[in-house]
Write a protein that binds this ligand. Structure first.
Ligand code: HEM
Length: 791
């Protein structure tokens, strides 16, 4: 009897063991090979299946190799963020397969097919994903079927335009807080500072979610956010390796910490939800936050009695987690890439700023303004195209189905590589990898040639991002606020390194630094930088000025622009010997980047000499070579390149070894609305460039015909013309530093004009275009086409 039981037990164990073994064998080998055959027959190619890991190891090693170096500045994002996929497409064409472990993923890049997959969301459900990832998030983005339908219906009202309008003050408040911080960083008396904008943008978008999702409980919401950030990191790491069943139950450090975080997040969210429900029951004033709108919709649904298909508290907790996961990181990366790209393309930055100033001006911002920001929208779309925060969408095949000419069977998955599609030359043309917001000037359908599924930063079909209007509104508002107050450019320390960590983000931060305080939209027209290097030596005191129209990338740029384009290098070399030496040396110097930095050293910094001197005292930076002492202000971030600068200065100044050399920076930013206001209020005039221009235009000084050409006004001399306000006209500056060459210039101009008048009469040619432009000096942008007549 005993032996019979034993035999049966052994038989059961053998059958069970064989079944498990068979299943495992089927999972890791037989099924993948069968699917491979099925796909190869249909013209899909890729690496042949490799046991258990498929392409994952190669994918990871390619990714690591590519990631080890920042890329030169280019927008070929896929080659850095999804290099292995690029390689597959290169090697096997667009009909390729990626082996995600034992699962074949078909790469679909054809917009028509993409559209079909996204539209038929029930036939192409989401992948179930690793159970470890589920600890992190389980709400709307990862559920399917009728549960998804209910949740989507209940969440939809929270994202209606009417509700979003009500959230604008929260957006506004958070953006304001961020810009105030930036202003504080720049500090009094300075015009610029270097910062990595990304952490600030992350805080901004998490504050926005905390406020808009949880209203008064936003502090608790922020704590949830911090924990979710940590959880995301673990989840991301888990996603990168092949998931083996049961792995999540092992008491590893990661598993334990993930569970702890999960417990705490639930506890916090339950507290927030309870508080909100009590407030709603007590009939307290509505706060119109996402959670309240969701709970309201849910209570109506549950209240409909028989159907009773609303969400449980557990469901609500999961959806609250989704707000952070889906809404925070995505929008912050959109903003950070926008700042990076606008730093690379200052023309677009200027255009966007002009639009913001024109449409919003000093008005209180409302949704109407944001809807009218066309250039800003074009820019955001182009950033979303080149740097889509979500780089791929994956769907699974759960039943036999045909997609165009492809027969799909369960066990396969589909990859929609947003990133690759957005950079596809066949869709976007030859300039697919260029930043050209203009392509969206007539809307998305025109830009995509009516292939709507070619542009899918927010996905598409019924599961299109529920928060897309929220995100775009938030991004527009933040960008408008930034553009109104600052201009920005990339810091020399910026490294271009897009990396895919759930979203595509800048690996080493953004550092679109050197934020310059802006005062109104005039900045772009009138900004001037003057960097001064002065050598102090007893009675002698040279002042060297580098001038640049616009905020030049580097002073090198200014020097070369001046020397090469305007042929004034001899002039500079003669008048300003040091500049001559600088520019010549720069050309010979193989280590060009050092030179850039050296030049920046002069260009960047505090606004006033006084400040620098203070800093010098505070830091006591003093370098001595032989008899030469150089003092520098390290606290302004000048430390890099400093030694090189000193060497250059030392070499240039060898003949004056006893001198003390001081480097001072002086950046004069003229355009200030406050200045205009001061002038209108009749305050004392200042001696900067904008002052010159504005004063010259001011009707108060020159009368009603201030803008007319009327030489008569000078018939009785300058003092009469200016009503004895001599400082009202100062084309040559004024005071002790008045232009040394003014008489020279007037004499030369008189002589030239006299000669011309004697020999010619002249009139404007019909091709003349009147376009005064400020390029260091005020010039006619398209030249001066005249018709000359002999007299
Ligand atoms: C620039 C910002 C954003 C981008 C690029 C983005 C992108 C996406 C994409 C591509 C999807 C589709 C995923 C798929 O089909 O598999 C999606 C879905 C989703 N997004 Fe966003 N998103 C952004 C902002 C937001 C915000 C601000 C929220 C909420 C506050 C949000 C909430 C969601 C939710 C809940 C889903 C799932 C929708 C569903 O499955 O029905 N997103 N998002």
């Amino acid at each position: 009897m005993v032996s019979t039981v034993l035999e049966i037990a052994v038989a059961i164990a053998v059958v069970a063991g064989t079944t498990v073994l068979w299943r495992v064998l089927n999972w890791v080998w037989l099924r993948p090979k069968k699917l491979e055959k099925h796909l190869t027959k249909q013209g899909f190619h890729g690496n042949s299946y490799r046991f258990l890991y498929g392409d994952t190891k190669e994918h990871m090693s390619t990714l690591m190799a590519t990631r080890s170096n920042p890329i030169p500045i280019s927008h070929d994002v896929p080659s850095r963020t999804t290099p292995f996929l690029c390689k597959l497409v290169r090697d096997y064409g667009k009909r390729t397969i990626f082996w995600a472990g034992p699962t074949p993923r078909l790469v679909i890049m054809n917009p028509e097919m993409v559209k079909e997959v996204l539209n038929k969301n029930f036939k192409y459900p989401k992948t179930t994903g690793s159970p470890i990832f589920k600890i992190f998030i389980q709400g709307l983005p990862s559920i399917d079927g009728s549960k998804w339908t209910t949740h989507r219906r209940l969440l939809n009202p929270a994202f209606h335009t009417e509700k979003l309008k009500g959230m604008l003050p929260a957006f506004d408040l958070c953006c304001h807080e961020m810009t105030v911080k930036w202003m504080e960083m720049i500090g009094e008396g300075r015009n610029s500072c270097e910062l990595d904008a990304w952490p600030y943008l992350q805080t901004l978008t998490s504050d926005v979610i905390s406020r808009t999702a949880f209203g008064s409980s936003y502090q608790e919401g922020k704590k949830v956010f911090e924990l979710q950030v940590e959880q995301a990191d673990y989840a991301f790491k888990a996603m990168q390796s092949v998931y083996l069943p049961g792995l999540r139950f092992l008491p590893t450090k990661r598993n334990q910490r993930m569970k702890e975080i999960d417990k705490e997040v639930r506890f916090l969210l339950r507290g927030i939800i309870d508080k909100k429900m009590k407030a709603m029951k007590a009939g307290e004033d509505s706060t119109d936050d996402l959670l309240e709108i969701l709970l309201e919709a849910n209570s109506k649904e549950v209240g409909e009695g028989s159907r009773n298909v609303g969400m449980s508290i557990e469901d609500v907790i999961q959806e609250c987690k989704v707000f952070y996961f889906a809404g925070q990181e995505t929008t912050s990366v959109l903003l950070v890439w926008t700042l990076v790209l606008l730093s690379m393309y200052p023309d677009w930055q200027d255009r966007a700023r002009q639009e913001v100033n024109q449409i919003i001006g000093d008005d209180k911002l409302d949704i109407g303004h944001l809807n009218h920001l066309q250039t800003v929208t074009m820019i955001l779309y182009e950033v979303l195209r080149l740097y889509p925060p979500v780089s791929v969408l994956v769907r699974q095949i759960t039943e036999e189905i045909t997609l165009s000419d492809i027969s799909l069977v369960p066990g396969m998955q589909i990859v929609l590589p947003i990133n690759q599609i957005h950079h596809d030359h066949d869709i976007w043309g030859a300039d697919a990898k260029e930043f050209n917001p203009g392509r969206f000037s007539e809307g998305v359908s025109k830009a995509t040639n009516n292939q709507a599924a070619a542009f899918l930063p927010f996905g598409g079909g019924p599961r299109i991002c529920i928060g897309q209007n929220f995100a775009i509104l938030e991004a527009k508002l933040a960008l408008a606020m930034i553009l109104k107050k600052f201009s920005f450019e990339l810091s020399p320390s910026y490294k271009h390194a897009p990396v895919n960590k759930i979203t595509i983000q800048p690996e080493y931060g953004s550092c679109p630094a050197c934020l310059l305080t802006l005062f109104g939209g005039l900045f772009s027209v009138f900004r001037w930088n003057i960097a001064c290097i002065s050598f102090e030596s007893g009675a002698d005191n040279w002042l060297i000025q580098l001038e640049g129209g616009g905020w030049c990338d580097t002073v090198r740029d200014c020097v070369f622009r001046k020397t090469s384009r305007h042929g004034s290098s001899r002039f500079m070399a003669k008048e300003l010997p040091f500049i001559g030496i600088l520019s010549n040396k720069a050309e010979e110097n193989p280590d060009f980047y050092n030179w850039n930095r050296v030049k920046l050293l002069y260009c960047d910094g505090a606004s006033f000499t006084g400040d620098i001197i203070q800093t010098l005292k505070a830091n006591e930076y003093e370098y001595t070579w032989g008899n030469v002492t150089v003092k520098l202000a390290e606290s302004y971030g000048f430390c890099w390149g400093v030694e090189r600068a000193i060497q250059i200065i030392y070499e240039a100044k060898k003949q004056f070894p006893e001198e003390k050399i001081w480097i001072i920076n002086e950046i004069i930013h003229n355009p200030t609305v406050s200045k205009m206001k001061a002038m209108t209020a009749g305050e004392e005039s200042t001696d900067d460039l904008l002052g010159i221009l504005l004063e010259a235009n001011s009707k108060d000084i020159w009368g009603a015909d201030a803008k007319e050409f009327n030489p008569e006004r000078f018939s009785e001399g300058v003092s009469k013309a200016t009503n004895n306000q001599m400082a009202a006209i100062f084309p040559f500056g004024g005071g002790p530093r008045i232009c040394i060459g003014q008489n020279f210039a007037i004499l030369e101009a008189k002589l030239a004009l006299a000669m011309i008048l004697r020999k010619f009469s002249f009139e404007l040619s019909p091709s003349y275009k009147h376009a005064p432009v400020n390029k260091i000096t005020m010039q006619p942008e398209y030249g001066a086409s005249l018709i000359l007549h002999k007299v």
